[in-house]
Design a protein around this ligand. Sequence first.
Ligand SMILES: C[S@@+](CC[C@H](N)C(=O)[O-])C[C@H]1O[C@@H](n2cnc3c(N)ncnc32)[C@H](O)[C@@H]1O
Length: 216
Amino acid sequence: MSKQSSYSREPVDKKAFTEAADRLYDRWAGHYDIAIRFLPFWRQWLDQSLPYLVGPRVLEISFGTGYLMSRYAGLYECHGIDYNRTMVATAQRNLKRAGVAAELVEGNVEDLPYVNGAFDSVLITMAFTAYPDADRAMTEIHRVLRPGGRLLLIDVNFPSDGNRLGTWLTQRWQAGGDIVRDLPALLRHYSFSVEDREIGGFGSIHLTLAEKSFSS
Ligand SMILES: C[S@@+](CC[C@H](N)C(=O)[O-])C[C@H]1O[C@@H](n2cnc3c(N)ncnc32)[C@H](O)[C@@H]1O
């Protein structure tokens, strides 16, 4: 089976998709927070984005319980947006406990409450596969980045060498409801320059570094 034919179908009822995921996060936010603390490999994946952040203004979309943000919020002017209210409340508590500050809001990646070109970096980890409308999300992400700004994504994709274990792991994420897409191709469509690296999970976890062109 080719990689192309294995990518996920886009959900038909996008609103229902987001609402179902939101109900799940309401129920599981507490467990999610504990899981992040006790899963060293998950933290190790997320941490790999940190050296590529550029400031001074950083936006993290879908920050979840705020683990990654607590690692860099002291260094930048930090903003965050997440759809799930329980995640936002949990992240606020975690940031306070870590002694760092960030401007957090509840909201949808498809309708970002920021002006054009507001951010030097946008960071999204393990969340793009939860967005039911890739084009609406990418249009907004592209809009709020400044020309030359950086988009850092960590997410699930297929291993480039097609190894069986990595492919199987990616398929497990799909079976759990994640929408696995050809992210580098999508980014190029929006005129980003793109570098894609496999950082874990036998090639199933990717760090995608993208730069917004000065002319778009
Ligand atoms: C799997 S969690 C990832 C959390 C964190 N970034 C991490 O790497 O652990 C996915 C997050 O995406 C958020 N999310 C899902 N759909 C969203 C949307 N349409 N707009 C903004 N955030 C969304 C969820 O509320 C949840 O916090």
